[in-house]
Design a binder for this molecule. Structure first.
Ligand SMILES: [Zn+2]
Length: 571
C-alpha cells in the first residue's frame, strides 16, 4: 500500500493513504525549518516545528450539522457555507448524504463542481444505490471521497439491522470494495463503535482496511463514551488491527454528555489523525464536537498535544457567525471560542490584570479567532469597498455580481436608515436572495388578505411553481396569517404543525426591518423558515414559503413517502 510522509500540503490526505504515527511529532522531521508560534504551559509563546503531526479537519456541518432540528439549508446557503469552510482551511467537507434526497444530491454535486481545495465527501450506506449516488454527485470534484458506514454494535445489529456479525463484515467489505472501484479515497465508519465489543470492532476494522478503506472512522454516534473509554477503544485498535498504521484513524463524537470535544482530543492523544466536527458544534440532539473548540485546543495546547491543523483560526469567528445566521441556530453567549462573552472581561479585578499583562486572564487573543471587538457602523457615505470588507469580516465572501446586488440594496437601505449595523448587512444577504437558493419550487406572485371586526379573516394567494404553472387559492382562518398559511397549504399540499412563530426587529429604531421566523414540524423533520419585510403578513407568507421550499427539496422524486434521514441511519 503506498504511503507518504505528512507534509504541509493542506490537501492531505487525499487519494492515497497517508501514514501518520501517533507519537509526538514535534520531535520529528523539521525539513523546511519553518516554525509556528505556540504558547507553552506558562502562556509564553514558544516555537514549535511546522512538521508537528497534521490532524485532518473533517467538517460535517453540511451533513451531520444539517441534521439538527430546524437547521436544513437550501442550495445557495450550503454553497456559501462550503466557501467559508474552504476559506477557513478545512481539509474535508462532508457535503451531504447523496442518496437521502434529490436536494442533497444536487447540493453535493454543486459543491463538488464549485469548491476547490478541500476534499468533498458524501455519506453512503453499504449499498450499491447509495455508493453510486455518492459517486454520481462527487465525480466532478477535483478531490472526492466516498464515506460508507455500517453499524457494528449489538443493539444496532439486533434491533435495527437484524444482521449477524458475519453478515455485517460481508456487507462492510462489499461496500468498501465497491466504493474503491469508483474512488481512491474511501472512508469507512463503524456506526455506534463506542458501544461495540472491542474484538468484533477490531475484526471489522481489519477487514475493511484489507478491502481498501483509506480512512477509518470510529464514531461515538450516541455520545456515550468517556475520554478514557474512548481512548482505550482507539488504543486497542492501534494495538490489535493489522494495517491500521497504513490508514488514518478518525474520531467522530457526539455531545450527549457534553464530552464530544474532550473525547475527540482523547482520540487524538492516542493517534487519531482526523477529527470530524461541525461549526458551532451543531448536530442532532446535543450536537457534534465543535470545530472551533478542537482547533483552538490543539493550537493553544500544542505543548501537550504535539499536533497541528491547517485551519486559519482568524476565520473561525466569521464562519461561526455565518453558520448561525444561515441555520437560525443562535450561539450561546458563553460558548467557548465564538460566544459573545468568550473574550469579554468585565469584572474590575480582571480588567486591572488585563491592562498590566494580557495573559493574566487571556489564554488566546481575540484576533487569533477573528473576533472583532467593535461592531463597525456603516452609513450612506460608505463605499463598495468598505461594505465588502465588512461582509468578509462577517463571513460572506461574495462573488462580484452578488456584491453588486448587496451594494445596491445597501444604498437603498441607507436612504431609509442612518446607521447600518452588522445585523442589517447580514439580513440583506440572508433575505435578499443574494444566496441563490437553487431551484425554488414555489414563488409568491400575489397576496391579499381581509380582516377586521365583524369579518371573517381570509386570504387569497397566487403562487408560481417551478414548472411555470400559476396556482391560486383562498382560505379563511383564525386570523389573516393563519388564513395565508392555509391557502399556501392548499396549493402546495405540504402541511405540518407550526411549532414556533416569531416576529422581531432586526436592529434598533423605528426604521428597523422586521424578520419573521417560523418553525414547522413535518413528517420528514423540523424546518425553519425566515423572511424579512416591512409588512408582517407578507413576511409571514414568505417565511412559510421558505419552509415549504426547504421541505420540497427533501422530497424524494420517486413518489415514495419522504423518509427522515434518521431512518437511513447515520454516523
Ligand atoms: Zn454524527
Amino acid at each position: 500500500m503506498p504511503t507518504r510522509e505528512p507534509t504541509d500540503d493542506p490537501s492531505i490526505p487525499v487519494g492515497s493513504p497517508v501514514t501518520f504515527s501517533g507519537e509526538s511529532a514535534s520531535l520529528r522531521d523539521s525539513r523546511n525549518g519553518q516554525t509556528a508560534q505556540v504558547p507553552d504551559s506558562k502562556g509564553t509563546r514558544v516555537s514549535a516545528p511546522e512538521a508537528a503531526d497534521r490532524v485532518v479537519v473533517f467538517d460535517t456541518t453540511l451533513r451531520d450539522g444539517e441534521q439538527s432540528p430546524g437547521a436544513s439549508m437550501n442550495l445557495g446557503q450550503k454553497l456559501q457555507v462550503a466557501k467559508a469552510l474552504r476559506d477557513l482551511g478545512v481539509d474535508v467537507i462532508e457535503a451531504g448524504f447523496a442518496a437521502a434526497s434529490p436536494g442533497d444530491f444536487e447540493s453535493i454535486q454543486s459543491i463538488a463542481r464549485q469548491i476547490e481545495g478541500p476534499t468533498i465527501c458524501s455519506l453512503s450506506r453499504c449499498s450499491k444505490g447509495d455508493i453510486e449516488a455518492s459517486w454520481g454527485a462527487l465525480k466532478d470534484a477535483k478531490k472526492g471521497r466516498i464515506h460508507v458506514f455500517l453499524a457494528t454494535s449489538p443493539i444496532h445489529r439486533d434491533f435495527k439491522l437484524k444482521m449477524a456479525k458475519e453478515e455485517i463484515i460481508r456487507r462492510a467489505v462489499e461496500g468498501v470494495k465497491l466504493a474503491r472501484e469508483k474512488c481512491d479515497d474511501v472512508e469507512f465508519s463503524t456506526e455506534d463503535a463506542a458501544r461495540t465489543e472491542l474484538e468484533f470492532l477490531a475484526e471489522v476494522v481489519e477487514r475493511v482496511i484489507e478491502a481498501g478503506a483509506t480512512t477509518l472512522n470510529i464514531p461515538d454516534t450516541v455520545g456515550y463514551a468517556l475520554p478514557q473509554t474512548y481512548a482505550e477503544t482507539l488504543g486497542y485498535l492501534k494495538k490489535h488491527v493489522r494495517g491500521i498504521d497504513g490508514v488514518i484513524m478518525s474520531v467522530h463524537c457526539h455531545n450527549d454528555l457534553g464530552l464530544a470535544v474532550a473525547n475527540s482530543l482523547a482520540g487524538v492523544a492516542v493517534g487519531a489523525r482526523q477529527v470530524e466536527c461541525t461549526i458551532n458544534g451543531i448536530g442532532e440532539r446535543a450536537g457534534n464536537a465543535s470545530l472551533e473548540e478542537i482547533v483552538m485546543a490543539i493550537k493553544t495546547r500544542q505543548d501537550v498535544l504535539h499536533v497541528r491543523t491547517g485551519v486559519k483560526t482568524e476565520r473561525l469567528y466569521p464562519t461561526s457567525r455565518l453558520v448561525s445566521q444561515v441555520t437560525g441556530l443562535h450561539v450561546q453567549r458563553n460558548k467557548a471560542i465564538v460566544g459573545q462573552n468568550a473574550f469579554a472581561h468585565e469584572a474590575g479585578i480582571h480588567q486591572h490584570g488585563m491592562l498590566t499583562h494580557r495573559e493574566t486572564y487571556e489564554i488566546m487573543r481575540p484576533e487569533e479567532v477573528g473576533f472583532s471587538r467593535s461592531s463597525l457602523v456603516l452609513g450612506k457615505h460608505s463605499g463598495r469597498h468598505a461594505l465588502k470588507e465588512r461582509l468578509v469580516a462577517l463571513g460572506y465572501n461574495l462573488a462580484d455580481a452578488q456584491l453588486d446586488k448587496v451594494f445596491g440594496e445597501f444604498k437603498v437601505l441607507c436612504d431609509k436608515k442612518k446607521e447600518i449595523y452588522d445585523a442589517d448587512i447580514e439580513a440583506l444577504v440572508i433575505h435578499g436572495q443574494i444566496l441563490e437558493a437553487g431551484a425554488h419550487t414555489w414563488e409568491l406572485l400575489a397576496l391579499s388578505t381581509t380582516s377586521g371586526t365583524g369579518t371573517l379573516p381570509a386570504a387569497s394567494i397566487a403562487l408560481q411553481k417551478n414548472d411555470g404553472t400559476r396556482h391560486q387559492q383562498a382560505a379563511a382562518g383564525d386570523g389573516p396569517v393563519d388564513a395565508v398559511f392555509k391557502a399556501i397549504e392548499r396549493i402546495t399540499g405540504i402541511t405540518g404543525k407550526l411549532r414556533d412563530y416569531q416576529i422581531q426587529s432586526v436592529t434598533v429604531g423605528e426604521d428597523a426591518q422586521g424578520e419573521v421566523v417560523l418553525e414547522l414540524e413535518h413528517p420528514t423533520g423540523i424546518y425553519r423558515g425566515r423572511a424579512l419585510s416591512t409588512d408582517i403578513i407578507e413576511g409571514s407568507a414568505r417565511a412559510y414559503l421558505d419552509v415549504v421550499n426547504r421541505i420540497a427539496l427533501k422530497q424524494p422524486t420517486n413518489g415514495a413517502g419522504a423518509v427522515p434521514v434518521r431512518e437511513l441511519g447515520t454516523v
